[in-house]
Each structure stands twice: as C-alpha cells, then as structure tokens.
Design a protein. Structure first.
Length: 306
C-alpha cells in the first residue's frame, strides 16, 4: 500500500497530481519539493501536499513513491542522483513529455536487483501556462496517461512488449521486487482514479507519435505567434479583428521556453521530421491556391477532424 508520496516539482502537473490524489480519496502523506520554494508553499496552501521538503534527496528516501514533475533534463539528473539512495521497496515515476532518454536511464539505473523500480509516465494534459496556482484536480479527467514500461519490466504484467522482443530485455522480471511490482500496480490504479485513460507504449513509438500530435502543434503555434508579433503585433485594430481562429491557433504560443527546450533537445530528430513534412505541406498549399488540389486538402483535413 502506498502510504508516502513525494512530488518533486510542484508546478502545474505536480500540484495537479497532488490535488487529484486527494480528490480520488488518497489518505496517505504527500510531501512536496520545488526549486522555487514559493511554488511549494502555494501547493501546500492549496492542499495538494501536506509538507514542504527542503531537499529532494532526503524526502525521496522516505517515500514509497517518488514522482518527478520537473523538466526532462532535470528528471534525468535527479534519476542519477537518487538511484544509489533508493531501495527495491520504492517506485519512481515521472511526467516527462519525451520518453526514450528517460526509459534508457531507467534501464541503466533502476529496475534491477537492489534498486528501486522506475515507471516512465506521461500524462497528455496541461495548460499553456505553468505554476502551482493554475493546478486543477480535474486536469487529468478524460485525458490519456501514457506509460512506457522498460523492457526489463516484461513479465510483470505492465509491459507493452511482445514475446519476440524478449531477447532484448536487459534484465529478468525477477529483478524488480514484489513490493515494487505492487507499487506499480497501485500507482496505475490511482491514475485511473484520476479519470485518465491508461495506454502503454514503446518509448520510441511514444516519441514518434507525440512529435506529431503534441510537439508539432506547439511549434506551429510558436512560429505563427512570433510571425504575427513581427508582422502585425503593433496594429491597433488587432484586438477587434483577431477572432476565435486567431485565439485558438496562437494559444500554445504562450507556452514557456523553459519546458519546450528540453523537449526539443530530447526529441530532435522526430520533431525535425514533422516540421519538414509540415513545411512541404505548406508549400503544396501555396502552390495550389488557385487549383482543384486545394479542395482535396480541405477534404482530407475534414476527414481527419471527423
């Protein structure tokens, strides 16, 4: 049974997890840590956590489950620092938006005899702005929560890998303790209680798909917003003529660079491929503004939306 949880990173996602846990009936203790103490204090005042930790390593050693809700490079750094301090009776999980590098670090540092288990996770939920004050207990309701279970968890009942892939398993399932296996099961149950739909994916497949459905829309919105700022940002009529379409297309343009920098760094090839394909599609549209091919593009776009 999970009695103690540490949330390292009490921003939007971390604080929302704490609120969702309480709303779902979790009665254990939740400690929170944030690099900016003021954010942890906000999470405390909102009831998402019970106490504010002074150091992430100390609080992590005392908890059954450690949730890393920090930027991706910080997540990997924390994984490195915590690996030798945690035991096989503990579970570490995360909410990072890319998974290949995190899953590789999990295989290298965790999920082996004498070490804690690590379950890479990614809730497909969020807002264009961050911070504890914007947290919401219902943020994950109706959203998909992805888990990219490492190969060494094959045989524990949580892996998406097929039997023919078992040769590449780095370790036997027995390396993950029964206690950690139960923690994994219970954590997944809590995620389901948040109202989220759980989907298991291979880490590489995860990064390929999110490059198209999450990262590409963000970079399109960022580019469009930056272009509009440059071309018409000072136009006094902009507020009057910029309607719903403009608001929807540029909403993600308000997202912070601090989060998307790590995503761009850890999923560069997939994002680059998606952006190149989009550039080619835009060129195709530009070349066919006065031809029947434009109608075909609208028909195909309508089919996708339906």
């Amino acid at each position: 049974m999970i009695e103690r949880i540490a949330i390292l990173g009490t921003g939007l996602l971390g604080t929302s997890v704490g609120l969702a846990l309480r709303a779902a009936g979790y009665r254990g203790s939740i400690a929170g840590w944030n690099r900016t103490p003021e954010q942890a204090e906000i999470a405390l005042q909102m009831g998402a956590i019970d106490s504010v930790a002074k150091h992430f390593l100390e609080v992590g050693r005392k908890c059954d489950v450690v949730l890393l809700a920090v930027p991706i490079h910080v997540t990997i750094d924390f994984m490195e620092q915590m690996a030798g301090l945690l035991g096989p009776h503990q579970l570490v999980t995360d909410v990072g938006s890319t998974k290949r590098e995190i899953a590789a670090a999990a295989t290298r540092l965790y999920n082996r005899e004498g070490r804690a288990a690590f379950l890479p996770g990614h809730p497909m939920a969020g807002k264009e702005r961050g911070g504890a004050s914007l947290a919401d207990a219902n943020l994950f309701r109706g959203a998909t929560w992805l888990f990219t279970t490492p190969r060494e968890m094959k045989g524990t009942g949580f892996s998406p890998y097929h039997e023919e892939q078992s040769e590449s398993a780095a370790l036997a399932p027995e390396a993950i303790s029964p206690r950690a296996t139960e923690l994994i099961r219970e954590w997944r149950d809590w995620v389901a209680k948040f109202g989220a739909k759980i989907v298991d994916l291979d880490p590489a497949r995860h990064d390929e798909l999110v490059a198209w459905v999450s990262h590409l829309p963000q970079f399109i919105s960022t580019a469009l917003s930056a272009l509009l700022e440059e071309q018409v940002g000072g136009a006094p009529e902009l507020k009057e003529i910029g309607g719903r379409a403009l608001r929807e297309m540029t909403r993600l343009g308000a997202s912070p660079f601090s989060m998307w920098r790590d995503i761009a760094h850890t999923n560069t090839a997939q994002i680059d491929a998606a952006l190149q394909a989009f550039e080619q599609r835009l060129a195709h549209l530009r070349e066919n503004l006065r031809t029947p091919a434009l109608r075909d593009e609208f028909d195909q776009a309508n089919r996708f939306r339906s």
